[in-house]
Design a protein around this ligand. Structure first.
Ligand code: SF4
Ligand code: SF4
Length: 210
């Protein structure tokens, strides 16, 4: 799997969920299919009057989620960029050409109320629940960072084996300390709850280097 294949899979899904946070701090989510896909970027259309547009212009953060029939979840965390004014018409026309239903929604010149945003920098999380063991991996396009999630086992481990016994994906291997195979981990937290000495820690926390 790689970033490019993830983008291709999102294109096959077709209708994606776009989540933002509104000015009251509340989550807002909507389906978007007015999207043009490139190998390492995506362009999407909305209307300038929509709250969605306002949220994108004020903050720019968006999460995009697609789910395939093979139980693959693909999530992009991105900061969108508004396409430059002199390129807006070009990208609107490309998206309308690829998505003919849009001409019914915005007939004739009414498409000019549209605005196109681009995603060139994103973290992509791929999570496949359709294989055994489950598989997850993260990729980036452009300049985004990967935010580490899940758990790791610290040097406080006394090698009792309790976490391994209780891991639903059998993705903990023995050793000193025991280790979590990250690409097969569900992030369920059972290992953390079952460890008698508190040796399992969340990733991305300040004490991770121990
Ligand atoms: S978080 Fe869940 S799946 Fe991951 S290692 Fe711990 S018990 Fe296993
Ligand atoms: S339960 Fe805790 S102490 Fe026991 S092997 Fe797992 S991490 Fe180490």
């Amino acid at each position: 799997m790689d970033a490019q294949t993830c983008i291709k899979k999102l294109q096959y899904v077709g209708v994606l969920n776009f989540a933002t946070v509104d000015k009251h701090g509340k989550p807002q989510i909507r389906n978007i299919s007015a999207i043009h896909y490139e190998q390492q970027s995506m362009y999407f259309f909305t209307a300038r009057g929509k709250a969605f547009c306002e949220e994108l212009l004020s903050d720019g953060n968006v999460q995009i989620l697609g789910y395939t029939k093979y139980k693959e979840m693909i999530r992009l965390s991105a900061k969108v960029e508004k396409v430059s004014d002199n390129e807006q018409k070009k990208w609107i026309d490309i998206i309308f050409e690829e998505q003919p239903y849009l001409s019914n929604v915005y007939p004739d010149n009414t498409r000019e109320i549209g605005i196109v945003f681009c995603i060139k920098n994103a973290e992509i999380e791929y999570f496949n629940l359709g294989v055994n063991p489950i598989f997850r991996e993260s990729y980036i396009i452009g300049n985004a960072d990967i935010v580490e999630k899940g758990y790791y086992i610290s040097q406080d481990c006394i090698s009792c084996g309790n976490c391994m016994k209780n891991c639903p994906q059998r993705c903990i291997i023995s050793g000193k300390p025991y280790q979590i195979v990250q690409e097969h981990c569900l992030h369920c937290g059972n290992c953390l709850e079952k460890c008698p000495v508190g040796a399992v820690r969340r990733r991305g926390m300040p004490n991770e280097t121990e």
